[in-house]
Design a protein around this ligand. Structure first.
Ligand code: TRP
Length: 342
């Protein structure tokens, strides 16, 4: 019985708190119960970074360092590079025949990204990345005959439309060519969507410049929190505030749970001023981040561990990728290799 996890992240730079509470926290909990494959989505990163390729190698390393620093175990889980798996582009092309263009144009995450990145024109690679993401996932499908097998995709809420599309593609494929794929299940993290400290509706994002990174120093965290937005009606200490609309308070609810009710009461009564409240949040965040920072120092001193994690993981993942792909080719009557020597 195979219980597999396939999930991943675009390698476009260091990871932030949104990644932590939306995804990594979940990966950490699940890594011991599943065979995990964590994808370094460097090809998907090209959809927006094709003109900045010189940055990508460093981004891949930063993501691996972040993964290791939070406690993901590269011995158990395979960390692997999308660009090194030649089966991916092949599977993407085959799957693309099963997808209508309209579905991609209506994909809410694709639309939101186009808006947030201010993309004037959209390249084809970007438009079809949800299909390649379906290939990312399905290449790791266990066999449906294997009773009790699972393919779990722990991701942030924004990725749900992609997992839905992937399920749709998998069932179309199975109907058209035979039962090859298990339908993947999404699993959303505790905090589906972390807002930013300025209270804008945008989620915390690398591209919007409002993120607290896992690798930020304690001082930088304090400064970013200090600049965060609170209830605009609470001008000074003594004024009653409304925690339910305060971005800083929403962070207390996630990162400072034990004290959040007391803080809310202080805010409402006016006893607690925003400056103090922010200082408390910075303390809570720094407490959470400190062990991650310490681990990071150790890992940064060992670049060999980072490359080892990537290459070991990529080799392990590739074995599965080759297996699945030969099943796919056979199902699609594309296994002409078998004619050799007949
Ligand atoms: N789209 C994901 C992100 O933006 C990265 C990703 C690529 C992914 N392939 C995946 C996530 C497969 C889950 C499964 O970070």
């Amino acid at each position: 019985m195979s219980r597999r996890i396939l999930t991943g992240m675009r390698t476009t730079g260091r990871l932030h708190l949104g990644h932590y509470v939306g995804a990594l926290d979940n990966w950490l909990k699940l890594q011991h119960d599943y065979d995990c494959f964590f994808l370094l989505a460097d090809v998907q990163a090209l959809t927006t970074h094709f003109d900045r390729v010189a940055e990508l190698e460093n981004s891949v390393k930063q993501v691996v360092i972040d993964w290791l620093s939070v406690g993901l175990d590269a011995q158990r889980a395979a960390f692997f590079l999308q660009s090194a798996i030649g089966e991916y582009p092949e599977l993407t092309v085959y799957l693309s025949m099963l997808v209508n263009m309209g579905i991609l144009e209506r994909n809410p995450t694709v639309k939101e990204e186009i808006r947030d990145h201010g993309m004037g024109t959209v390249n084809l690679g970007f438009m079809m990345y949800p299909v390649s993401q379906a290939a990312d996932i399905l290449l790791f499908s266990p066999s449906p005959e294997d009773v009790g097998s699972e393919l779990l995709v722990p991701v942030g809420e924004d990725q749900l439309p992609h997992v839905e599309l992937c399920r749709d593609i998998a069932s179309r494929f199975n109907r058209q060519y035979g039962n090859i794929f298990v339908l993947p299940e999404a699993k959303i993290g505790l905090v589906p969507r972390l807002g930013d400290l300025n209270g804008s509706q945008a989620k915390m994002s690398k591209s919007m410049g409002n993120a607290i990174y896992l690798s930020d120093s304690a001082d930088v965290v304090r400064e970013k929190v200090r600049q965060g937005v609170t209830d605009p009606q609470k001008m000074r200490r003594g004024d009653p505030g409304r925690p339910e609309i305060c971005p800083i308070y929403s962070y207390h609810e996630i990162f400072n749970v034990d004290n959040s009710l007391t803080l809310a009461a202080g805010c409402r009564s006016g006893n607690l001023g925003c400056v103090d409240c922010k200082a408390k949040l910075a303390v809570a965040l720094n407490q959470k981040l400190e062990p991650i920072r310490e681990a990071r120092i150790q890992i940064e001193a060992r670049p060999d561990v980072v490359s080892q994690a990537i290459w070991d993981g990529t080799e392990r993942a590739h074995v599965i990728g080759r297996e699945t792909m030969s099943k796919v080719r056979a199902a699609m009557h594309l296994d002409y290799r078998r004619l050799k020597g007949t």
